[in-house]
Design a binder for this molecule. Sequence first.
Ligand SMILES: *Cc1c(COP(=O)(O)O)cnc(C)c1O
Length: 524
Amino acid sequence: MTDRVEYVSTRGGSEPRFFSRALLSGIAEDGGLFSPDKVPTLSATELSRLRPLKYWQRAFHILRKFNPDMPDVTLGEMTRDAYGSNFDSLDVAPVVSIGNRQYMQELWHGPSGAFKDMALQIMPLMFEEACAKDNRAREAASLGPLRYFVIGTTSGDTGAAAIEGYKNKRSLSIAVFYPRGKVSRLQELMMTTQDGNNVFVGAMEGDFDAIQRAAKETFADKEFNDLLLDQYGVVLSSANSINWGRIVPQIAYHVSAYVDLLEKGVIEPGDKIDIAVPTGNFGNILSAFYAKQMGVPINKLVCASNENNVLTAFLQTGIYDIRERSMKQTPSPSMDILVSSNVERLLYEITRDPVRVYRWMEELKTNKVFKVDEDVLKRLHEDFYAGWVENDECLQNIKDLFERKNYLMDTHTSVAHRVAQEYQEQNPSNRPLIISSTAHWAKFPRDIRKALLGSDANQIIADASPEETEFSIISQIMKLVPNATVPQSIATLQAKPERFAGVADAESEWIKRAILSYLQPKAA
Ligand SMILES: *Cc1c(COP(=O)(O)O)cnc(C)c1O
């Protein structure tokens, strides 16, 4: 092993490789997820040095530690471009006090109004660079260039963020697939009105897990992948958080939140904080876990779930069990996930034992249940607190915080805020707690109105005219909320035509057909 970070599969079946290769591949050949072979450290001195820096400079330092295998100047330009005027806050990911030692880290100031932008504004830049580098090497070896077909499956927010990031890039196409009727109408419009020249959007019948499974099958279908390569010179990749390229930029904002609290004088060097995260595919909270592994003084990671609370049970008991579960619809659709992909990376990081990880993942696939060993459970209890929130409680909590603090949060953030309250009540301390605020409220106007109006809402909704749209609901909310603002990306949606219609079954067959119908055979 060199001391530079390389990437290995959580299931042990792939050679270590550099960042750019892991990024292009998305998922390892053995079905595992690329993870760093060692976690770089961040000393107290280094943390202090980040204090006066801008967000992009902080991100540069964190990304650099994970050996992105590109020149520093290139990485510097990339981070500056990714975290600039495309965010509507100069601080990019500002940390805002809401009292009771609680702080919101607003991760939704990017172009799609959700925290997915934090990774998906930079990942496509890194992807293009990796692709160019690879094609230069291929050319030197007298091989033709490759193009990429990036697939994103989305429970709501990944789709728009991935398209925003990947649209109009030369070396690739991007297709996103979402469960029809199971994302908010605005989330849907943010995908279907996209105008990039390399974009495809597909609605599917079924839930997110079914679509994620179909995508994983597509990645694993060797015959299909060979055909794409031979006939079209195309390779598949993933925009989801199974791709390491999604995780590393997210580590940066957790570090930045800590540094902000230092800078504000809320904490002294070495003081610990807690971080609460509304969790679905476990990418965001895993990034916080890596920040902790690097040495950021983090006490507990508070994992918050909605009624699809498989993670709460897992982190409490060590048993991941989806045998009796079916997906519930909740006001926080981006967390409506039962098979939470990045748990695999957590287990690898804790055990560093690909044999055990492989066995657990096989058990989950075949028996729909696995149980970790005692040593692992002990570690989970040390690092995590887990809780979940009922749908009504989620909405009630939005109203409560708004009335107490005049702060309007979205439905996902509310889940984390509620569980964080419960955690603080059970574990009284002076530690500051950062809540990952993952979306702007305006992406979920129906549920936000319902939350703010409480019991009056049913009547008003029943009276609502049939012409009522998401946009008229947003206007109603704006009257209730002085000083509220709506992101440009949402305000301008109204005028845009929908480019994609139609719906297919959530099966890999349809994903493959969509890809093929989109591709041009390569010149002979
Ligand atoms: C994606 C998403 C989540 C869940 O994040 P994971 O990294 O998948 O755990 C939570 N809230 C919002 C608004 C999201 O878009």
